[in-house]
Design a protein around this ligand. Structure first.
Ligand code: BGC
Length: 764
């Protein structure tokens, strides 16, 4: 825990002047003294008020005073607000809190700063494909600098829900299917947001979400039930939340779903036993949006009951629903909640504000000058462009069509060819869509007049205008073309026939993934597929630039389109970054962090599966009475960890330092990697381990390490991993975290499918 030298110079805090002697104390002791004193002055109502995080609604500059929220703030009934943008507005409401409420307690200001602020980075799923933790941390750092410059001091990020089901739209917001990688991303983001001193005015408090298991929603339908064994929770779904806690995350958000029959929001086992007692979490827990009220629909009681259950389970702050605000006094009278629990929740929220330095200066994050100079800067945008380019995954490059040459004529076709507002991707609350760069703009900038760019729409996003409306929300218009599909397509074919190469910018719109954007069909919409087929038929080389917020079923595309570059939603600078990669200024190095299935029927499909008692024999497609399908092989189209480069990487043989180890000895596993192609490039070398025999069944492989290395054309490097028994640990049937002696298969490779393998026997 960092030490904070407190300065109780909070001007408006006349009430606190008697506390100034505690300025000599440091860190936790000073904080405790300060909050003890403050809480002695608070009425029950004021304490409950701190637990309230109302929807900010219609805060309009100049009217905060007179609004309903303004009234509540004056009455001490508000702990914080969220998703208000601009220093002016935030300063205005903060002023009401610290000048007109009885105890002058400052508000905390949250926002969904999910993948950048105004400078927007790739959607988290894309960002995770960089496998570059420095970049991940850097993106969060920049987001924190910009958000804090604009008045925000708390972000509802990182979202770390493991997801093995691409039907779920929110897969876009997380880091994919793997707990090991997801844990590293979670920690990197927390470090990036919070830095090493939360009270600095350019760091913000992070909130890991959605605790827990939200990504396992049945059938991929948002907000749906989850149900799994505790072994699976501990081994596969919990680690990223725990990693965020270990990294010092200041707050946690409860998930909407139920866990073992009790909504997470009222689940005491989850919120108190696991989070606080087992993991030692010391910060505060906020519900998700109306998470408490929704428990009435879950069917566990009326508003008073569910609010009391939430509080007693360990929830500290109630987002939007005001169940805690309106029912807790009654519950206390009736003995349904305890004063100790109210005090504990209130204390945690005050502690968060204290750590952010808000008691010392409630306007710490309200510097107009910073807002003008530190948001959407050229430096930030440059980094965002580079990070975006590193998140793209080259899925196919038959005949080395890519990189394209900066000569001749290209036909840029598709509903995503010239659409800037969709580039930032889902959950880009603070983005200014006008400032985002479309692919067409990016290409023009990178190519100047070296290449003749022809462009046409080719198709709408979807034939169904109602679907398109649902997929174009939050100001992300798709500019629907009302002409018949055949006319729109013909126009595109005409320019395609006059070009040397076709770049087809197709796939999903940004709001086809994200919250409440589940799909039961995970293919490219049919009208776009028809267009793609027609483009391929022209015989011209076709590059599919694929926009998507989830793994798609790309069976036809993989078989028929020569080059596919998956660009996710790359953020405000996406247009430039895509042009950089298409034309070889950046060599792609992203690797998938989710499996791409052949069809939706294979879902859930993930690399870390169990073997079953009837596994399909190696190399077989189908075998009667084995675990497989009649109509499709078990293979994905693209496995976890997969991604190509413009160059080639050849792996040598795996070398292990020993084949027999004992106790706490360490094993080193090395492999040589050679860049045998023409371009300098980066490769993510991946280490997987299989625990061959266990007291409980173990996955066929588990990611246990990775290194992203840069290799010049022709260069060879030896990559070495050090493996200790810590890497062999798992939660067993008693949920004890330990390793078991026996045989282990060590695998290193370029993705989860193509690995070199060796064996080791490790005894206790
Ligand atoms: C989402 C959260 C988000 C919250 C606040 C909810 O609908 O599930 O991820 O942080 O809204 O905007």
């Amino acid at each position: 825990m960092k030490k904070i030298l407190i300065t109780l110079a909070f001007a408006a805090g006349a009430l606190f002047t008697s506390r100034q002697s505690s300025a000599q104390l440091t860190g936790n002791a000073a904080m405790k003294t300060f909050i003890d004193d403050l809480m002695k002055k608070m009425t029950l109502e004021e304490k409950i008020g701190q637990l309230n995080l109302p929807g900010s609604g219609d805060i309009v500059t100049g009217q905060a005073q007179s609004s309903d929220i303004g009234r509540k703030i004056k009455e001490g009934k508000v702990g914080g607000l969220f998703n208000i943008k601009s220093v002016a507005k935030i300063r205005e409401v903060q002023k009401v809190a610290v000048e007109q409420s009885r105890l002058k307690i400052p508000l905390i200001f949250g926002m969904d700063v999910i993948h950048g602020y105004e400078t927007v980075f790739p959607i988290p799923l894309g960002l995770s494909c960089s496998w570059d933790m420095n970049m991940v941390e850097r993106s969060a750092r920049i987001a924190a600098v910009e958000a804090s410059a604009d008045g925000i001091n708390w972000t509802f990020s990182p979202m770390v829900d493991i997801c093995r089901d691409p039907r779920w739209g929110r897969i876009a917001e997380g880091s994919g299917e793997d707990a090991f990688l997801g844990s590293q991303v979670a920690a990197a983001m927390v470090r990036g947001y919070q830095g090493n001193d939360l009270s600095k005015n350019n760091t913000i408090m992070s909130c890991v979400k959605h605790y827990a298991l939200y990504g396992a929603a049945e059938a991929g339908r948002d907000y749906n039930t989850t149900d799994m064994s505790r072994q699976t929770m501990y081994n596969d779904y919990f680690p990223p939340y725990k990693a965020a806690v270990d990294a010092g995350v200041g707050s946690v958000m409860a998930s909407f779903n139920e866990v073992e029959g009790v909504p997470a929001t009222a689940n005491k086992w989850l919120m108190t036993d696991v989070l606080r007692k087992q993991w030692g979490f010391k910060g505060f827990v906020v519900t998700d949006y109306t998470g408490i009220n929704e428990m009435m629909d879950h069917g566990i009681g009326d508003l008073q009951t569910v609010s009391a259950r939430a509080l007693m389970a360990g929830i500290d702050m109630d987002m939007v629903g005001e169940g805690i605000l309106t029912t807790t006094q009654q519950s206390l009278k009736e003995g349904k909640v305890t004063m100790a629990q109210i005090d504990a929740a209130c204390r945690r929220i005050l502690e968060a504000k204290y750590k952010l330095g808000l008691f010392a200066d409630p306007y710490r994050y309200c510097d107009e000058n910073r807002a003008k100079t530190e948001v959407f800067t050229n430096d930030h945008r440059k980094e965002a462009r580079n990070i975006a380019a590193n998140s793209f995954v080259l899925l196919k490059n038959h005949g080395n069509i890519l990189p394209l040459k900066k000569t001749g004529t290209i036909a840029l076709i598709g509903p995503m060819a010239d659409n800037k507002e969709n580039m930032p991707g889902t959950w880009s609350v603070a983005a200014n869509f006008e400032k985002a760069t479309s692919l067409l703009t990016g290409l023009k900038e990178v190519l100047g007049n070296k290449v003749n760019i022809l462009t046409a729409r080719g198709s709408n996003l979807d034939e169904d205008s109602l679907f398109e409306e649902r997929a174009g929300m939050f100001g992300k218009s798709l500019h629907r073309d009302s002409r018949p599909a055949s006319v729109i397509m013909q126009e595109a074919l005409d320019i395609a026939n006059r070009s040397d190469v076709i770049v087809a910018a197709l796939g999903e719109s940004s709001e086809m993934s994200g919250e409440s954007s589940s799909r039961s069909n995970i293919e490219i919409p049919q009208v776009q597929k028809d267009l793609l087929k027609a483009l391929v038929k022209t015989g011209k080389p076709v590059v599919l630039v694929l926009f998507t917020g989830r793994p798609l079923a790309l069976t036809w595309e993989n078989e028929n389109v020569p080059a596919i570059l998956n660009v996710w939603f790359g953020g405000s600078e996406a247009g430039y970054a895509i042009a950089d990669v298409l034309y070889g200024d950046v060599n792609p190095s992203g690797k998938l962090t989710t499996t791409f299935p052949q069809n939706v029927g294979q879902v859930p499909i993930y690399y870390k599966h169990k073997n079953t008692g009837r596994p399909l024999e190696d190399g077989k497609w189908f075998s009667k009475f084995r675990s497989n399908y009649l109509d499709v092989s078990n293979d994905p189209v693209y496995p976890f960890g997969y991604g190509l480069s413009y160059t080639n990487f050849n792996y040598g043989n795996l070398s292990l330092s020993s084949n027999a180890l004992k106790g706490n000895q360490t094993l080193t596993a090395s492999i040589t990697v050679t860049n045998s192609g023409k371009y300098d490039g980066q490769e993510v070398v991946q280490l997987y381990i299989r625990d061959v025999v266990g007291s409980v069944t173990r996955p066929v492989k588990e990611l246990k390490g990775f290194q992203k290395i840069a290799l010049k054309a022709g260069e060879t490097k030896t990559v070495t991993f050090t493996i200790t028994t810590n890497d062999l640990k798992f939660y067993n049937a008693d949920l004890k975290y330990d390793w078991e002696p026996g045989e282990f298969q060590i695998m290193i490779g370029t993705n989860s499918r193509d690995v070199k393998s060796g064996k080791v026997n490790w005894t206790k």
